[in-house]
Write a protein that binds this ligand. Structure first.
Ligand SMILES: [Zn+2]
Length: 324
């Protein structure tokens, strides 16, 4: 896609079919590892910002080819059978983005460029084409032109642990941060577009207190599987509350988040897992999504001591950007 010179006003943008008009002066880029991760951690945020007129771009790094298949009739798609899950999950991702209203959804490097790495210690993780084994510069160089084209003020990805330790999530974190640094350098691959400096970077976060409250609520309902069986003192995916800088409250977008999650039919069961947690603690756990500010200047905070807007403190459309 053609790079957009930084001197052009925001209303002008690429008009090719593959590049939706970036007519908004606020632009949000989210980088996720697999189809469905975007709904679980950031679905309500994406729906809210779409409704606010923000240009929301999703980059998914792999097609989740190694995922479990929860639908018996599609069990043949699994990587140890037909190995056709990736193409199917692409259709699920498209359906989920339709639910959220996101029109700019991209796969890092194109479909199938980087393969789901599976878990550490499993054979898929040894494959040279796995995202985990991919050279960091190679993968980051695929993200640089997206950053320079979209020119997001805000980028969302995972923390250095990838949220919960999955190698593709850790790699997504590394690739995103490396690409942000490279995209800001005018002398790095100028043919990939004019340099762009991202103003704020966020990592997704599940606050420990919210997760523990959810577990207790499920136990109180007599539920003893899934999240309810986790040890509240040993939750590696939970984030200490004091590190959580930002809470995006979007309870009115919870329905669309859950509809989008249901679109990932091979990955989610409608009566368990996140749905059970959501049913029992409701919008408190899922209608609000939490983040840690990883880079950039914090904006104004509310009575809870947290920002309520990822764009808080960012003034004007291009203040965040480098002159290129
Ligand atoms: Zn994932």
């Amino acid at each position: 896609m053609a790079p957009i010179p930084a001197t052009l006003p925001d209303v002008s943008s690429s008009s090719s079919a593959a590049a939706p008009a970036l007519g908004s002066d606020r632009r949000l880029l989210l980088v996720h590892a697999h189809p469905d991760d975007e709904c679980i951690a950031t679905g309500a945020t994406m729906a809210r910002y779409v409704d606010e007129g923000v240009h929301v771009t999703l980059v998914t790094c792999t097609l989740g080819e190694e995922g479990e298949v929860l639908l018996p009739e599609l069990a043949h798609l699994a990587s140890d059978k037909d190995d056709a899950l990736g193409a199917h999950r692409q259709t699920e991702l498209a359906a989920a983005m339709a639910e959220l209203g996101v029109t700019d959804s991209r796969l890092l490097g194109g479909p199938g460029r980087f393969r789901d790495s599976g878990m550490i210690g499993t054979p898929p993780n040894e494959r040279p084409d796995s995202f985990w084994r991919t050279d960091l510069l190679t993968a980051a160089t695929e993200l640089v032109p997206v950053i320079r084209e979209v020119r997001p003020q805000v980028v969302v990805t995972y923390d250095d642990f990838g949220g919960y330790g999955h190698p593709d999530h850790i790699q997504a974190h590394r690739v995103t941060h490396y690409a942000i640094a490279l995209a800001a350098s005018p002398t790095f691959r100028p043919e990939l577009g004019a340099a762009w400096t991202v103003a704020k970077v966020y990592w997704t976060a599940f606050p420990r207190s919210i997760v523990v409250a959810g577990i207790e609520a499920m136990k109180a309902q007599g539920i003893d599987d899934g999240f309810a069986e986790m040890d509240p003192d040993d939750l590696p995916f939970a984030c200490d509350d004091e590190l959580v800088t930002t809470a995006i409250e979007a309870p009115e977008h919870l329905d669309r988040k859950m509809a989008a999650l249901r679109a990932h039919g091979t990955q989610v069961t409608v009566d368990g897992g996140f749905f059970a947690l959501a049913d029992n603690v409701g919008a408190e756990a899922f209608g609000t999504e939490y983040y840690r500010l990883a880079a950039g200047t914090p904006g104004p905070v509310g009575a809870d001591g947290r920002e309520s807007d990822l764009f808080a403190g960012i003034v004007g459309s291009d203040e965040a950007g480098s002159p290129g």
